[in-house]
Design a protein around this ligand. Structure first.
Ligand SMILES: [Zn+2]
Length: 220
């Protein structure tokens, strides 16, 4: 792939991440004409401030009117998301993109609000249909029922169980177990820095799925 196309895909990827974040934040009250605001002083942002990644550095990571720090996670997520989408487009299988987009929206939604809208599951349908001949119905049902029954004390949310079930439809059990182990490891690492009593698990599942997918992609 030529450098120009790689850069274009990367920029598009970063824009997609930024767009998915807005959807996750606003749903179900999506307003297409809403202008982005500063989280603190609610000043309407200038066009250059909302450019993915670069906007953050143009304003030196601070709101130009109230001087509050802008969360560095914003440009970081856009950068990593752009790289991830570029790697999937260049080396991976485009069939998986709808599933990844679903996971990213669900991850943002869970991180913001602690719950997810099941309607977003529909976004993963193209991936499931593409892989229909190899969909693991039995594994998915076993994973759903066992987690559902084990979960009497609501240690994990129903949303987490449903997301794992969708993953189990597409990936085989070996990959699912690695995703769960890595997601738990990421939770433990997070715990070392920030001791919380409960975790919103879907963002970790999203990151773990991305990493495991890339590892399998470059190993084979
Ligand atoms: Zn401000």
């Amino acid at each position: 792939m030529e450098l120009f196309i790689q850069i274009t895909v990367f920029i598009l990827g970063a824009c997609i991440i930024s767009f998915l974040k807005v959807i996750a934040q606003d749903y179900p009250n999506i307003n297409y004409v809403r202008r982005s605001q500063c989280d603190y002083c609610h000043r309407i942002l200038q066009w250059y401030e909302i450019i993915p990644i670069i906007g953050y550095f143009i304003v030196h990571g601070k709101c130009s009117s109230c001087k509050n720090q802008i969360d560095f996670n914003n440009p970081l997520q856009e950068f990593l998301g752009g790289i991830f989408i570029l790697l999937v487009v260049q080396f991976g299988n485009l069939n998986y993109l709808p599933l990844f987009i679903t996971l990213i929206i669900l991850g943002f939604s869970d991180a913001f609000y602690g719950y997810i809208y099941p309607i977003f599951y529909l976004l993963a349908l193209p991936t499931i249909i593409w892989h229909f001949s190899t969909v693991h119905f039995l594994t998915a049902i076993i994973i759903y029922l066992s987690l559902f029954l084990l979960n009497r004390k609501s240690l994990i949310g129903l949303g987490d169980v449903e997301v794992l079930t969708i993953l189990a439809l597409v990936f085989d059990l070996n990959i699912i177990l690695r995703i769960i182990i890595l997601a738990c490891l990421l939770c433990i690492i997070q715990f070392l820095f920030n001791k919380k009593r409960s975790y919103r698990f879907i963002p970790y599942l999203t990151i773990a799925t991305g990493i495991i997918y890339l590892i399998f992609l470059f190993k084979t």
